[in-house]
Write a protein that binds this ligand. Structure first.
Ligand SMILES: Nc1nc2c(ncn2[C@@H]2O[C@H](COP(=O)(O)OP(=O)(O)O)[C@@H](O)[C@H]2O)c(=O)[nH]1
Ligand SMILES: [Mg+2]
Length: 357
């Protein structure tokens, strides 16, 4: 799973990146080259994995991970430039960092501090980038289709025109319930407004009472989208304390959680993710996949060969395995089930994939 932190300049992108990943990049500093980015991989804390790993003390515990990238800020109208587009297209989810704090010495690009306005403005940017991609592709398609009969080309044109219509009405593609066949066409273009998005609002320290109600700052609500409010300044101060003291200070500010905890929960929601587990020769591992992933595709997350040569999946739900305490007991009791290629992996499944090389 990979998320890009992006947004207008001086909104707290690098501040949030540091809070989420434990990195210590300099903030308030303008990345000079647009291509320059920060990248960090974080382990996802997982109590079920901890329990599973206790059953296999000689194996290494490998949590699922999330990659974060932190991009340079961009001015309105700038997102279309290729260096941003290429980076944003690569990720599974977008995290729009939104300016909610006031500070005279840190000018904001818009006259007011208004998260709703800035979120709408950013949606327009994503929509505009997608419209440009569609226009380009339609122009090329028109040439390709001239004088030829290509059912696939015609279908592509229809799907793109449908998407274009929604975009022209100002609707991000993630809000449209496309049939699977159309969504497949669209996914191939990595449209920005189709990607799940978290809007992370960097609140003023005077607005801490709003931190549990990020939805108040969202101009629209929809699927594959969610809000998170944080206060970069205060959370940064807390991270400067000794680890043992941090929880207490967080609560003294009336805060329940660190941003990473909220972010991970929200990212699972907007990407519609579940976790499955594998127990290999040396490692006990957690993997994230979208809900309703068929077994072969889940195997492909581990290795493409396992997807190609998929034979069957041996599956036991985690809570049952923990109850009986070992694979051999589970096998004796007939609790491990064999599933074929149509089986949809469930959250908490412990899976052994049989495959042919
Ligand atoms: N007052 C205040 N300043 C902040 C907050 N979050 C970030 N800043 C400051 O805003 C400036 C820009 O932050 P940075 O994380 O580099 O923003 P970026 O340009 O979006 O990456 C820095 O000087 C930060 O210290 C906040 O919650 N409150
Ligand atoms: Mg930055």
């Amino acid at each position: 799973m990979k998320f890009a932190l992006f947004g207008f300049p001086k909104t707290g992108k690098t501040t949030l990146f540091n809070l989420l990943t434990g990195a210590e990049y300099e903030v308030g500093f303008h990345q000079k080259k647009k291509e320059e980015l920060h990248l960090r991989t974080c382990s996802i804390p997982d109590e079920r994995l901890d329990k599973l790993a206790e059953l296999f003390p000689d194996k290494e515990k490998k949590p699922a991970t999330v990659d974060f990238i932190d991009l340079a800020g961009f001015q309105p109208g700038e997102i279309k430039t290729s260096s941003y587009l290429a980076q944003l297209r690569l990720v599974d989810g977008l995290a729009h960092v939104v300016r909610g704090f006031k500070a005279e010495e840190i000018p904001h690009i818009f006259p007011e501090i208004n998260p709703r306005h800035d979120i709408s403005r950013m949606e327009e940017e994503l929509i505009l980038a997608d419209l440009l991609s569609i226009e380009k592709r339609l122009t090329k398609l028109a040439k390709e289709l001239r004088g030829k009969s290509s059912p696939l080309g015609i279908r592509e044109k229809e799907v793109l025109e449908k998407a274009q219509k929604h975009l022209l009405e100002g609707t991000p593609l993630r809000e449209i319930d496309f049939p699977e066949e159309e969504e497949k066409w669209l996914r191939a273009f990595s449209f920005l407004s189709l990607k799940p998005i978290v809007q992370a609002i960097n609140l003023d320290e005077t607005k801490l009472d709003k931190i549990d109600h990020p939805e108040k700052f969202l101009p629209r609500r929809g699927p594959k989208q969610g809000g998170l409010a944080f206060c970069g300044k205060i959370e940064y101060e807390i991270t400067q304390l000794a680890p043992a003291e941090r929880g207490q200070f967080l609560r003294e500010y009336g805060l329940q959680e660190f941003s990473i905890q909220k972010f991970l929960r929200l990212s699972f929601q907007v990407l519609n993710l579940i976790v499955f587990y594998t127990v290999g020769k040396k490692e006990v591992k957690a993997w994230t996949i979208p809900q309703n992933t068929p077994a072969p595709r889940a195997a492909g997350v581990i290795h493409t060969d396992m997807e190609k040569g998929f034979i069957r999946a041996e599956v036991i739900p985690m809570d049952i395995l923990l109850q009986v305490g070992s694979f051999s007991k589970a096998r004796e009791k007939g609790l491990i089930h064999l599933h074929g290629k149509d089986y949809l992996i469930q959250d908490g499944d412990v899976v052994y994939f049989r495959f042919a090389n």
